[in-house]
Design a protein around this ligand. Structure first.
Ligand SMILES: C[S@@+](CC[C@H](N)C(=O)[O-])C[C@H]1O[C@@H](n2cnc3c(N)ncnc32)[C@H](O)[C@@H]1O
Length: 290
């Protein structure tokens, strides 16, 4: 960025062009998100203040953000924020950036629980930033939620996010490997909801650089065929679900056949179906326990 006097608009135009020339995805949006972050304002502020001159310290901070973005780092790790279910959540490289398609999981759980007892027990397996557990806690004020993860750093952040949204008293965060985090023999959960790692080892290498080089692989990788965690969850969820309780699990759009076969072959589910996401891709398994 040349040394000269800059206004908000001039800076946005320059950065958009610079990002475009350097193949940064969504160049204008990235420029706006990062500038709004540096100014501690929202993007609307930029539109209303195009002529605002930039201070030297602001330019220094913005330059640092541009450099990180140019290196492929996602906007969300630079700003430390991502919205999920209209709730701003803190994100760091310790956790997956919550995706819009995961909101389909939350919507499906809410629909299932519509007519049920509001004092339900819900297990969110692999909570990451806490996105699913926090969204459900906000929507279901009487629900008791257990949120687990293998990563302590993720659990700390999830707890911080829960505090931010005033639901930390209603979510129990537990560290552990899958169902080992849950005391044995307690078939008390009406819902097990999970967005497990489901990308195969080979597919990881083909992911866009932003994901492959910056998001935690333990949150993405589901073994050689992408189904390691999925297989385990379909087999083990019935051990913690109550009768007529349901498993809601996110999956890859190309995993329908394998996931359906796993649910069908398990003797523990009376029914299962696949729900599509907003892009009309198969995304969520719902399996009802016998
Ligand atoms: C795809 S991320 C989902 C994060 C969050 N639920 C979301 O939807 O944004 C998967 C999460 O599962 C956690 N995880 C991976 N293997 C696990 C295991 N064996 N036991 C518990 N959690 C695990 C990862 O640390 C990661 O936070």
């Amino acid at each position: 960025m040349p040394e000269e006097s800059w206004t908000v608009l001039k800076l946005l135009q320059w950065t958009t062009d610079y990002f475009q020339r350097n193949n940064v995805s969504e160049p204008r949006t990235s420029a706006e998100v990062l500038l709004a972050h540096v100014l501690a304002e929202d993007r609307l502020f930029l539109y209303l203040n195009y002529d605002r001159p930039m201070e030297t310290n602001e330019l220094t901070a913005y330059r640092a953000c541009i450099k990180r973005r140019l290196g492929g780092e996602p906007n969300q790790y630079i700003t430390g924020l991502q919205e999920f279910w209209s709730l701003p959540l803190r994100v760091t490289p310790d956790v997956l950036i919550p995706r819009p398609e995961t909101e389909v999981l939350v919507a499906a759980v809410l629909e299932f629980l519509d007519k049920a007892d509001p004092n339900v027990d819900i297990l969110d397996l692999g909570t990451g930033s806490g996105a699913i557990a926090i969204a459900l806690a906000r929507e279901l004020p009487a629900a008791r939620i257990v949120a687990t993860d293998l990563s302590m750093a993720a659990l700390r952040l999830a707890q911080e996010n829960a505090k931010l949204h005033d639901v930390d008293q209603r979510i129990l965060f537990v560290r552990g490997d899958m169902f080992a985090a849950i005391p044995g023999g307690s078939q008390r959960f009406k819902v097990v909801v999970t967005n497990p790692p489901y990308v195969s080892h080979a597919e990881i290498l083909e992911l866009p650089r932003e994901i492959r080089d910056f998001e935690p692989h333990h949150a993405l990788e589901g073994g050689p065929d992408g189904l390691a965690a999925i297989r385990h969850i379909i087999a083990e969820a019935p051990t913690v679900l109550c009768q007529a309780g349901a498993l809601f699990m996110e999956m890859g759009a190309d995993q329908t056949e394998s996931v359906s076969a796993l649910a069908k072959d398990s003797q523990h589910y009376e029914d299962y179906r696949i729900i599509k996401d907003y892009s009309k891709l198969d995304r969520v398994l719902v399996a009802i326990k016998k």
